[in-house]
Write a protein that binds this ligand. Structure first.
Ligand code: SF4
Length: 207
């Protein structure tokens, strides 16, 4: 669940002092996805490329440790937080234990976030590395694929260090962000965040 009050309280950036935002690199069109694609296009985030009031810091934790293209990977036995604590594992599709590599990548991403003094992170949800709210619980290609509430390994590390993370599906939060980047932005008052979507509420029984 995103912290919209944090976003509302965020400063108004300018072109000479842009907002520093860390993004999952694939969300900006970089082809760092497991299959060498950009994981589809999300206009909700690609729009960030149009503003000079934001400085994007792009990073792909999986590419950092495993290169692109690479095998698909998922979390087994827990969330990204559990992987950071050594209680769960990230496995590649063929069953190779990638936990150590992804923890190293998460540490690198947090190091980049600190060095660049980022003020917000916008990350690809559902990813075992970048997800901030929903991730798979085990192999996503299994017949009985399951989702769980939780963060991927890199997003969990960033949140532990106090960075605020929103996802590409947090449309209400992104509306607030765009209103900060552009004084002419017309707010879509009907926009909702990921945890308010019917699928999310039904699947996780949060209604
Ligand atoms: S690890 Fe993150 S940045 Fe890299 S492809 Fe996956 S979601 Fe995108």
């Amino acid at each position: 669940m995103t912290d919209r009050n944090f976003l509302k309280a965020m400063r108004i950036p300018t072109s000479t002092d842009p907002l520093r935002v860390l993004v999952s690199a694939c969300l900006t069109g970089i082809t760092c996805g497991y299959d060498g694609s950009a994981n589809g296009e999300y206009p909700s985030v690609l729009k960030l490329l149009n503003y000079d009031t934001v400085r994007l810091v792009k990073f792909c934790p999986e590419e950092f440790s495993f290169g692109s293209p690479r095998e698909m990977c998922d979390l087994h036995g827990g969330t990204g937080d559990d992987v950071l604590d050594g209680k769960a594992r990230m496995l590649s599709e063929s069953g190779i234990d990638w936990s150590e590599g992804i923890v190293r990548a998460a540490e690198k991403m947090a190091e980049v976030a600190r060095r660049e003094d980022v003020e917000l992170c916008v990350m690809m949800d559902i990813s075992a590395a970048c997800g901030s709210q929903v991730i798979y619980n085990g192999n996503r290609f299994s017949e009985n694929k399951q989702y769980q509430i939780g963060a991927g390994v890199a997003a969990a590390k960033l949140m532990r260090e106090g960075f605020k993370v929103i996802s590409q599906r947090d449309h209400a939060s992104l509306e607030i962000l765009y209103s900060k980047l552009d004084p002419m932005h017309e707010m879509n008052e009907k926009a909702i965040d990921w945890h308010e979507v019917e699928w999310y509420k039904n699947y996780f029984k949060t209604v």
